[in-house]
Design a protein around this ligand. Structure first.
Ligand SMILES: [Zn+2]
Ligand SMILES: [Zn+2]
Length: 776
């Protein structure tokens, strides 16, 4: 009996046809396999049992980069020739989904360390199961001619492997070897010759290790851009790297050769180990333990962001390195990572003495992805190399969604294309208030439109009047769908959890820094009753003035002052807490000016922001009181302080109290922190250890958030709560809130594939816009 099998998903350009070919031959099936516009088509002649085994093994033994979404089979009347063939596809037939870049596979890693292999120490070794994809793609369909490998014709030996269905390099578009591929080169940034005599090493990659051990900073051309590296245990090198990059306190990522080295500095849970060795090979935030790295690596934090070498070049460079190294993006402060060779030498030459460069161009700049294990799962906090541009299947009800472009938010920007019922979320672009990043954003929009052949009928954007992303959307001339910031957060969480389009509304608890609200005020701690189409604000955190506007986001003492004066007033503070150092600090500030600003609202907008509440509490404990070196620093230092024992203590009287009154006028219930402040300041008077205070705050906030959810649920208004917003990158907060919600009987939706922060917003904008457009 002849059967035709249709396989859909990411099955092109990932070694799927040869995998079918090998299985068919093992099972003695005759027939053919080919790529076409819908995926892979298999035609086989054989009995039902053998075909059933073929299908089962296809699922179990699919190549690592493949993702099967759907298999269906039907009877085929047409005859099949004996033997099993891979049928060449015709140009234009294939509609390839470009896969994300993948970390080096075990076979390639073994090959480059084996002196008897012809790719011994070859830093661009790759096969069908691993290596660069998206970062080198210049067009579609994905084949060598449409990559930055186009200028490296295959040598006879590589060409033979490429054409052999039995070889793991069959149609490996980026394959190469010493003879035919790109080469790495160690250069001095000042233009003088860097000779092997200087290092007496094996080769240019190997010399990197010696350079690092001698305390130098080196620029390394990675998959998605230039990186800067130095020995993470060398305080002087780390300090020079910080000064050179003009990066104050934002933590540096680390790379280590293997698990044993990471374990000397941090704890690794089995799930975290799995994430570290996954194809995406992200940076994973691990809890510090054991030996210290230099203080300048991650000041004030109890986590270290580690990754393992994910390219042959990094494997070779780190081969002899027995200490972790800092590996951070090659750029100045918040600018995009540099991808161009001459620009790298010009700009990074002031920081690095050496550069390990190569002649394979980078087509798409990609930052490293970042993940963290929270509430029992490893969650993506930044989506870059290894994840982008893997599409996210939209839930039931979105199959007929129109093509939409969602422009994202201005901080941690990503954008999102909707096509064929799937969402392609872009890689992390960055903060659009940086001019170079904004240029990169525009260029990336054009690249994705070309690579995905995307012509949207509508554009979705944030309501914020000043967002650059929203301005671009308004200028696009296409139908515009404005989506409120926090509604987009909730919708992103619903979409990635595959909540159907017509499912009942949920309560979204969205905690973040600042977003433009429906009422024209600034929101950031919101309780929204929402589905994809609509959202209604049911409650919020207390709106408190931000004296100084933008300055309040940088200088936490401003939020501390605003909270304390709004909630207890200066007189009570003077009467009860004058002995505290925070009181003396605030007394020295220009209080009359601040009070006038707060009273009149001039340059002091009110915001119901959870981020600013965290800033204020951190400032009360003396963390980043004067200013934060990067966004979210005060909150992450506060979280790092948390005493685990207090946090996990069953005794809920340890949780700081909050209350839920109603806002005058609107009658909207809100979370009032006055009682929390009295208890916290009282603890400061008693010299309660800061870690206990930090834990009591997290517990108290989580308890009242859940209390608000219960109050709003009434008799069954919703049974599901979606958690979103940048504050849920906080492990202590997320775990406390999620476990308390579950204990209260709610189903809880959290982020996993996309970041809870503004990096996930574009997915939500896209889902909201698609839902509204389908409604008509
Ligand atoms: Zn490989
Ligand atoms: Zn070759």
């Amino acid at each position: 009996m002849n059967t035709e099998i249709r396989v859909r998903g990411r099955v092109q350009g990932v070694g799927f046809r040869p995998a079918v070919w090998r299985l068919a031959r093992e099972l003695s099936l005759s027939g053919e396999v080919l790529n076409d516009g819908e995926g892979v088509l298999i035609r086989v002649a054989g009995d039902a049992e053998t075909i059933r085994r073929l299908l089962a093994r296809l699922r179990d033994e699919a190549p690592p980069l493949a993702r099967i979404e759907h298999i269906e089979s039907r009877r085929l009347a047409a005859p099949l020739a004996p033997g099993f063939r891979i049928v060449e596809s015709h140009p234009g037939d294939a509609r390839t989904e470009i896969a994300a870049d993948a970390g080096i596979c075990a076979d390639c890693a073994a090959e480059i360390l084996d002196p008897y292999q012809r790719r011994y120490r070859y830093p661009f070794t790759t096969c069908t199961n691993c290596g660069p994809r998206f970062s080198i793609a210049t067009g579609i369909p994905y084949d060598r001619a449409a990559t930055t490998m186009a200028d490296f014709p295959l040598c006879p030996e590589c060409a033979h492997e490429y054409a052999d269905p039995g070889d793991r390099r069959f149609h490996a578009e980026a394959t190469a070897c010493h003879a035919c591929g790109p080469h790495a080169r160690l250069v001095r940034c000042d233009g003088r010759a860097a000779t092997f005599e200087t290092f007496s090493m094996l080769d240019d990659c190997d010399a990197v290790c010696t350079i690092l051990q001698r305390g130098h900073i080196i620029a390394i051309k990675g998959i998605g851009g230039y990186q800067l590296a130095c020995d993470a245990t060398d305080p002087d090198a780390v300090a020079r790297l910080r000064a050179g990059k003009h990066r104050e306190t934002k933590p540096f990522a680390l790379m280590a050769r293997d698990f044993d080295i990471i374990r000397a500095y941090a704890l690794i849970d089995p799930l975290e180990a799995e994430a570290l060795t996954s194809l995406a090979a992200p940076i994973v935030l691990l809890r510090r333990a054991g030996k210290p790295v230099a203080d300048g690596v991650a000041p004030g934090l109890n986590t270290l962001g580690f990754m393992l070498p994910s390219t042959p070049l990094h494997v070779l460079a780190l081969r002899r390195m027995t200490r972790p190294l800092v590996l951070t993006s090659g750029n100045l402060t918040d600018e995009p990572q540099i991808t161009d060779d001459s620009e790298a030498l010009a700009q990074l030459g002031g920081i690095a003495e050496f550069a390990l460069t190569h002649n394979r161009p980078i087509a798409t700049r990609l930052d490293d992805s970042v993940a963290r294990m929270m509430d029992g799962a490893v969650r993506t906090l930044r989506r870059g190399r290894g994840h982008a541009p893997t599409p996210i299947s939209l839930p039931e009800g979105f199959a007929t969604a129109p093509d939409v472009l969602a422009c994202g938010a201005d901080l941690k920007n990503t954008f999102c294309l909707v096509k064929d019922g799937k969402a392609v979320l872009s890689h992390h672009i960055g903060d659009l208030d940086d001019v170079a990043t904004l240029d990169d954003y525009r260029a990336s929009l054009a690249r994705y439109a070309a690579l995905f052949d995307h012509a949207p009928t509508a554009v979705a954007a944030d309501r914020h009047p000043e967002y650059r992303s929203a301005k671009l959307a308004r200028q696009s001339g296409r139908k515009l769908v404005e989506v409120q910031h926090h509604h987009a957060h909730v919708a992103a969480c619903l979409a990635e959890n595959r909540r159907p389009l017509d499912a009942p509304r949920v309560l979204g608890i969205v905690l973040d820094g600042l977003g433009w609200g429906d009422d024209g005020t600034v929101w950031g701690g919101e309780f929204l009753l929402a589905d994809y189409r609509e959202s209604t604000r049911l409650g919020c955190l207390k709106p408190v003035a931000m004296p100084g506007g933008d300055a309040a986001a940088r200088e936490p003492w401003r939020n501390l002052y605003a909270h304390l004066t709004a909630e207890m007033g200066w007189a009570e503070l003077t009467m009860n807490f004058a002995e505290l150092d925070l009181y003396r600090d605030l007394a020295d500030r220009p209080r009359a000016t601040l009070d006038a600003m707060i009273k009149s609202g001039t340059n002091a907008p009110r915001a119901s922001s959870c981020g600013r509440l965290f800033d204020a509490v951190a400032a009360a404990l003396g963390l980043c009181r004067e200013r934060q070196g990067h966004e979210g620093e005060a909150a992450s230092r506060l979280e790092a302080l948390v005493c685990e024992a207090t946090l996990r203590d069953e005794d809920d009287t340890l949780a700081y109290p909050f209350s839920i009154p109603n806002l005058p006028g609107s009658g909207l219930p809100y979370i009032e922190p006055l009682a929390m402040w009295r208890a916290l300041l009282g603890d400061l008077i008693l010299d309660t250890p800061a870690p206990v205070i930090a834990a009591r705050f997290h517990k108290g906030l989580a308890r009242i958030l859940v209390g608000m959810a219960q109050k709003l649920a009434g008799d069954g208004r919703f049974d599901t709560v979606a958690l979103s917003g940048g504050c849920f990158q906080n492990k202590a907060l997320l775990e406390q809130v999620a476990s308390r919600l579950r204990a209260a009987g709610f189903a809880v939706l959290t982020h996993n594939l996309v970041p809870p922060n503004d990096g996930g917003i574009s997915l939500g904008q896209a889902a909201v816009a698609a839902a509204r457009l389908m409604e008509g």
